[in-house]
Write a protein that binds this ligand. Structure first.
Ligand code: SF4
Ligand code: MG
Length: 330
């Protein structure tokens, strides 16, 4: 079966302007050649430090922004440069949940109006009782429909964001750090809700987070981003057991793992230095200014995302010796 979403070599470049003269002085490449696929029914994790281009990638694949380069196919159609009129039917199937639930809900609109908006946008009207049912489905009550967003807690507001995204039964929902603005005690409830809804509605998710711990429970495959590019992508268990990119290993070092055998064998990589500016990226490998394994070649040649083991791709000239952490290793 063809994947639900295929993004190929996506680029998003913004002009950088002088603060006073507003003259364009350079360019900032927020997304720098991202290729990924989302299979039907799967949850693909997208992980990296803030500023690495995750949200920009999310805005491209949901076509809230238009890419500077590359292509996006969704459910068999090329949506790369579609205008808003052509995108309208596509948006039924392609929805997004945002990090800050309050800033994504209009403070002057009742919940009823907020949840009716996706219907109106499609020239439809919710059936009687449909809004109440949506609210119930995300763990809220029908009488909540008359309230305004500020009358809800963060977790409840995110449930409203989820209800809005699901109103028209989409195929793909891109969740941009859907729990990172919430209290820890509420995070698990929202994750459980997302998982239940996935099963019920046969949804595919792209799940964005800034650390690997957060995607561990929900994602089948994980892509790691650094400075606008994907540096490693693999099945979750493979990535956790055998990280090949030094950056993935550094992110993993921060995640506690219950299996002591993996713990012992896991390569130790500690990050040094700061995240470089995407307006002035390093030559060659984007990670080289912070990489303990960097060699001359890394400054000269940008590593391509290449397949090592089946389904496990890494962009590094000197990937970690993953045989170290294979089963049966000391
Ligand atoms: Fe480090 Fe070189 Fe690999 Fe980049 S290509 S991650 S600098 S070893
Ligand atoms: Mg973000």
């Amino acid at each position: 079966m063809t994947p639900l979403l295929e993004a190929e070599s996506l680029v998003k470049r913004f002009p950088v302007r002088h603060p006073l003269t507003r003259r364009v002085t350079g360019h900032l490449t927020a997304v720098d050649g991202v290729s990924l696929t989302v299979r039907r029914g799967e949850t693909l994790g997208l992980v990296g430090e803030s500023g690495c281009g995750k949200s920009s990638t999310a805005r491209l694949i949901t076509r809230l922004a238009e890419p500077t380069g590359g292509t996006i196919r969704f459910d068999g159609r090329d949506i790369t440069t579609m205008g808003e009129a052509a995108l309208r039917p596509v948006r039924r199937d392609l929805q997004m949940i945002f990090q800050d639930p309050f800033s994504s809900l209009n403070p002057r609109m009742t919940i009823e109006a907020i949840l009716s908006a996706p219907f109106r946008y499609q020239g439809l009207k919710p059936e009687p009782g449909q809004i109440a049912e949506l609210l119930r489905r995300v763990g809220l009550r029908p009488e909540h429909a008359e309230r305004l967003p500020h009358q809800f807690s963060g977790g409840q507001a995110q449930r409203i964001g989820i209800a809005r995204a699901l109103a028209l039964h989409p195929k793909l929902v891109v969740c941009d750090e859907p729990v990172s603005a919430l209290d820890v005690s509420v995070q698990a409830q929202i994750l459980n809700l997302l998982r239940d809804l996935q099963e019920e509605f046969e949804l595919s998710y792209v799940f964005i987070a800034h650390d690997l711990g957060a995607v561990r429970q929900v994602c089948g495959r994980i892509a790691v981003m650094y400075l606008g590019t994907i540096v490693e992508i693999a099945d979750r268990d493979e990535l956790f057991a055998r990280p090949a990119h030094p950056y993935t290993a550094a992110l993993l070092a921060a995640v506690p793992i219950p299996d002591p055998r993996i713990e012992r064998a896991r390569p130790r990589v500690v990050l040094s230095g700061d995240l470089p500016s995407p307006a002035n990226p390093p030559s060659g490998c984007p990670f080289r200014t912070r990489c303990p394994r960097a060699a001359e070649r890394c400054a000269l040649e940008r590593p391509a995302l290449a397949e090592g083991a089946p389904g496990h791709r890494v962009a590094c000239h000197f990937p970690l010796d993953t045989s170290l952490s294979r089963e049966g290793a000391p």
